[in-house]
Each structure stands twice: as structure tokens, then as C-alpha cells.
Design a protein around this ligand. Structure first.
Ligand code: A3P
Length: 293
């Protein structure tokens, strides 16, 4: 992959996605999930990597060495992601893995390949408040040389509010899974809840995965998956991604891991406009999202 070439966005069913994802979309659409597979799904920057590490730690009963067997993207492939020439992709990785597989996606619910629903797969959805999400996404796009150029922050925030960033509207994304959570096997978790009480939320995830873990194992997993620990773990911090793709001089992947960093980025005017827009657009879907804890 030529890390200096930023990709453009194209669309599938009106949802903006990176051009290579669109180019090789047919492979994603016809992916065959097994009912043992688990899908971890998020809007970008919602805490995907954290959720992945928690899930892998639960499935391996807190065994640190097993969880360090390979980097995140190898242990739990990214379904729709593909190299520009299609030579390596989430699908090519998944095709050589046996179920049960843990699969990451950022696809909105309407674009999740049908086989996941037909097979009755479990899905863990994590949502994060949109102000911290857009700040995190902005810094990510500055450093990820495969993502479209973010441009200046004020325009970036506008694009987020209009659903013009990669993977589309945050609002549609969080609502789509929320509305289906009782009709499908979806566990809906919130980043802020997990920050506030990781024992409670990790216990919920373990129960959803039907894993009986002792209190001490849960507490051990809380420690293993704390931001400060994951940041130092080369198998969980994306340090294996070359500098030609991640420009670490621009930003780090494991950046802050906090609730409320948006206060350092939003001007008072931006916040007021965002709040008004948010209230209007989310009024038909009362997800208990918090902007501070
Ligand atoms: P920040 O940029 O706000 O620091 P994703 O994995 O979906 O790309 O999300 C990345 C965001 O999750 C980043 O947010 C990252 O720092 C944060 N993150 C990663 N691991 C975390 C952890 N163990 N606890 C809390 N936040 C974490």
C-alpha cells in the first residue's frame, strides 16, 4: 500500500465509504458468516479497539499471553477494509480462519452482510458520544494517511454533522442498531458507561457471550484493557502499522481515551450549534448518551 496516497470516498446505498471498500464491495456483501461468529460493530472512533480487546480477553478468560498472540487486526479482522488493489483485505483474512471468528466492522446496520442476520450471529455495538467521537476521528484522519485529508476542524465538524465522513452519518449509525437491538442479538454498550464502570459493563459483555468468569478474572480483564495498559501493549495499540500509513508525528492512535476531551476542541459557538442540531436529530431516538461522566 502506498501510504502517501489518501483515498477518496465513494458511496454504497448513499453511505460514504473509502473508494477501495466500494470497489471490492461485492466480496463483502456476499461474505458467509457462521452462526458462531461474533460481530463487533461501531461508528469509527467509538472505542472499537477497546471493545475488541475486552472481547478477546473474555473469550480467553483473561489469559494475557493468548491475547498477545497477534495484533488486533490479525486476531479480529476488519470486515470491509481492503488494500487499494484488493490483494489483502478483511475478507481474505477471514476466509482462511475457521469459525468462531470475531469480526470488526464499521458498517451501518443496513450494510451488514445479510448472512450475519440469517445465521443469527451475536453483535456487540459500542456507541460513543458524538463530540468525543468527532474529535477522535479528526485526529485519526490527520494521522491515517489512507483516510481522506481532514482539512480544518470547523469544516470537519460540519462534515460530521452532515454525515459526509467515511461510514456516513453517526446519527443514523447509532440509531440503526439501537432500533434493532431487541429484534436481533445485539448488545448495545456505551463508551461512557464502560469508562465509568468497566466491571459492570465487562460483566454484561461476558454474560452476553455466555462466559462464566470469576470476579477476580473480570477485575483482571478490567486492568488488562485499561487505556494505560493497552497503550503500552504492542498487540493492542496498532504500533505494528507502519509509519507510512500512521503518521505518528500528527497524532497517536492511543491518543487520550477520555470522556470530555471535546471541551478542548469545540468553541462555545460550535457547541451551541451542535447541541441544537443533536437535540433535533436525536429527538426520535432517546439513546442515553452522555457527554461527560
Ligand atoms: P481518543 O482519540 O479520544 O483518545 P477506535 O478503536 O474505535 O478507533 O477508537 C479509538 C478511540 O478509543 C481513541 O480515542 C482511543 O484512545 C480510545 N481507546 C482505545 N483504547 C481505549 C481504552 N482501553 N480505554 C478507553 N479508550 C480507549
Amino acid at each position: 500500500m502506498d501510504g502517501t496516497t489518501r483515498e477518496r470516498l465513494s458511496q454504497i446505498q448513499g453511505v460514504p465509504l473509502l473508494e477501495p471498500v466500494v470497489k471490492y464491495w461485492a466480496r463483502v456483501e456476499k461474505f458467509q458468516a457462521s452462526n458462531e461468529d461474533l460481530l463487533i460493530t461501531t461508528y469509527p472512533k467509538a472505542g472499537t479497539t477497546w471493545t475488541q480487546e475486552v472481547v478477546d480477553s473474555i473469550l480467553n478468560e483473561g489469559d494475557v499471553e493468548k491475547c498477545k498472540r497477534a495484533p488486533t487486526q490479525v486476531r479480529m479482522p476488519f470486515l470491509e477494509m481492503t488494500a487499494p488493489d484488493g490483494s489483502s483485505s478483511g475478507i481474505t483474512k477471514l476466509e482462511v480462519m475457521d469459525p468462531p471468528r470475531v469480526i470488526k466492522t464499521h458498517l451501518p446496520i443496513q450494510l451488514v452482510p445479510r448472512s450475519f442476520w440469517d445465521a443469527g450471529c451475536k453483535v456487540i455495538y459500542m456507541a460513543r458520544n458524538p463530540k468525543d467521537t468527532v474529535v477522535s476521528y479528526y485526529h485519526f484522519d490527520r494521522m491515517h494517511l489512507y483516510q481522506p485529508e481532514p482539512g480544518p476542524w470547523p469544516q470537519y465538524l460540519e462534515k460530521f454533522m452532515k454525515g459526509q465522513l467515511g461510514w456516513g452519518s453517526w446519527y443514523d449509525h447509532v440509531k440503526g442498531y439501537w432500533r434493532e437491538r431487541h429484534n436481533k442479538k445485539i448488545l448495545y454498550i456505551l463508551y461512557e458507561d464502560m469508562k465509568e464502570d468497566p466491571v459492570r459493563e465487562i460483566t454484561r459483555i461476558a454474560q452476553f457471550l455466555e462466559r462464566q468468569l470469576s470476579k477476580s478474572t473480570i477485575e483482571h480483564i478490567v486492568q488488562m484493557t485499561a487505556f494505560s495498559v493497552m497503550r503500552e501493549n504492542p498487540m493492542a495499540n496498532y504500533s505494528t502499522i507502519p509509519d507510512t500509513i500512521f503518521d505518528r508525528a500528527a497524532s497517536e492512535f492511543m491518543r487520550k481515551g477520555e470522556v470530555g476531551d471535546w471541551k478542548n476542541h469545540f468553541s462555545a459557538e460550535e457547541d451551541a450549534a451542535f447541541e441544537e442540531h443533536y437535540r433535533k436529530i436525536m429527538s426520535d431516538c432517546p439513546i442515553p448518551i452522555r457527554f461527560t461522566i
